[in-house]
Design a protein around this ligand. Structure first.
Ligand code: LRH
Length: 474
């Protein structure tokens, strides 16, 4: 994505798009990191001359380097089964309440801390001289410089959100050597320059500085929320739905831990107080499954079918970690409906409706909990990320939450990334509200008002929420 930025203008252009296809080999699900890096180089070539480069990606995953700086194996995908049962083992050494008090991170079975705990004692970890999170690894290949960007580091569950620095308590208790991590750097810090070989390969005129951004895609997406005031909640929806609030300080209470809320670090000293919800992964995996069974759907037609299906007929818990692993998603959704005593969807359209109703309910629950736990009021919900293009999901979320939803930009992460670079290069000035002013001035947004009742009355949403809450899971 190429951003063009001036004090009163902001445009984004897609220069190149490439697939991200995980590969299973010898039973382990990997990222094809060299294919991704090749995609980055192709993207730079397609972009043409640029004033700065910044990289963000999904969180928690990493590559290990040997003493010479060579990559030790392909990074393992956080959806791989290697972390099964690990959090239970870790809990015996470090009780969940202590881990939360130290890191404020939501329990997710794939947090880096569990990935590393599962690797302690392996030949690969023993051979490692450094650990680089995915965006830091790509940055290292582009610049030769190593660092650990803070917003993404906060997803490792090895950072104390009060000090915004490493938590030796956690690392020491689990035998994880913090010395593997290169020094921390924050959004806006310099991260080197494109190496001469990279300039040559991409045909870019140098020098091209690389700037650290909110390298966790969700940190960049939240920076890309076009909020006007302070009383807003956000839902960054793509593969995941990340629903919550932007705060000045972490909430580390026991209630917060039990509600499984996370305190990830954001741009400009902020805290992203949110809950991870399965997101459009549920739909993506259904589409993939139907295609392997010879049913390739036109997405718009399928969403029209879903919109016409009976509302709130069957719902599942879209926060249930049981949905993390890939494969057989329609069947697993049907199983969850059966288990919870709801009718099983009869058509693919009804399955999609079940997914979207369930996501809307999980959005509602996350925002209700966030408001209560953080003691903050909310008058607007911003939906950013790919899900902002899904009109049905936006309307259902407005209906479920009983609040107006402002949808867009879909490319919030790229915009948040570019804004931080532009400010670091001196093109823009000011703090988050100033950067956000530029977003709501320049980006097309769409507003959804809470219910006409077409997709379920407020009372029906309330009953469905209570029904799901009664089933005891988040
Ligand atoms: C979204 C995301 C999310 C993480 C998950 C691993 O892309 O970064 O914030 O929890 O991927």
């Amino acid at each position: 994505m190429v951003g063009t930025v001036a004090p009163d203008a902001l445009e984004l252009r897609e220069a190149h798009r490439f697939p991200n296809r995980p590969v299973r080999a010898r039973g382990t699900l990997h990222w094809d990191i060299l294919a991704l890096y090749a995609g980055v180089l192709d993207g730079l070539r397609a972009a043409g001359p640029v004033a700065s480069v910044g990289i963000d990606s999904w969180a928690v995953d990493y590559g290990l380097l040997d003493a010479d700086g060579a990559l030790l194996g392909n990074p393992v995908h956080y959806r791989d089964a290697r972390t099964e049962g690990v959090s239970e083992r870790v809990a015996r050494v470090l009780p969940p309440a202590e881990l939360y008090a130290a890191t404020g991170l939501q329990h997710l079975p794939f947090n880096t801390v569990y990935q590393l705990a599962s690797a302690v004692g392996s030949a690969q970890l023993a051979a490692a001289g450094a650990l680089l999170l995915i965006p830091d690894l790509l940055t290292y290949w582009l610049t030769g410089e190593r660092g650990t960007e803070l917003t993404n580091a906060s997803t490792t569950q090895l950072i104390d959100p009060r000090t915004r620095d490493w938590s030796p308590t956690v690392a020491d208790a689990l035998g994880i050597p913090l010395s593997l991590f290169p020094p921390l750097r924050g959004p806006g810090d310099p991260a080197g320059e494109l190496l001469p070989a990279v300039l040559e390969e991409t045909g870019l005129p140098g020098p091209v500085p690389v700037t650290a951004v909110g390298s966790h895609d969700t940190a960049s997406a939240v920076a890309g929320v076009p909020a006007k005031g302070e009383r807003f909640a956000y839902i960054a929806t793509g593969t995941w739905s990340l629903a919550g609030l932007e705060l000045d300080a972490p909430v580390l209470t026991e209630e917060s831990r039990r509600a499984n809320f996370t305190n990830e670090l954001g741009v400009d000293g902020t805290v992203r107080y949110l809950r991870n919800i399965m997101g459009l992964w549920l739909l993506q995996e259904c589409l993939r499954d139907w295609e392997t069974h010879g049913r390739r759907h036109d997405l718009d037609a399928l969403l029209r079918e879903a919109a016409a299906a009976p509302p709130l007929r069957s719902v599942v818990d879209a926060g249930d970690p049981a949905f993390i692993a890939p494969g057989r998603m329609p069947e697993r959704i049907a199983d969850a409906c059966r288990e919870l005593g709801d009718p099983v969807p009869r058509t693919d359209g009804e399955t999609v409706r079940c997914v979207l109703d369930s996501l809307a309910l999980a959005h509602r629950r996350a925002l209700e909990d966030a408001r209560e736990l953080a003691g903050r009021d909310v008058d607007t919900v911003h939906i950013v990320g790919g899900g902002a293009r899904n009109a049905l999901l936006c309307q259902l979320t407005a209906d479920a939450c009983g609040l107006p939803v402002v949808a867009g930009p879909a490319e919030a992460a790229a915009l948040g990334n570019v804004l931080v670079q532009a400010r670091a290069r001196g093109v823009l000035h000011g703090d988050m509200p100033d950067l956000r002013r530029l977003l709501h001035k320049t980006q097309p947004l769409r507003q959804y008002e809470p219910s006409s009742g077409d997709h379920g009355t407020p009372a029906a949403w309330g009953r469905a929420a209570a029904r799901l809450a009664g089933r005891g899971r988040r």
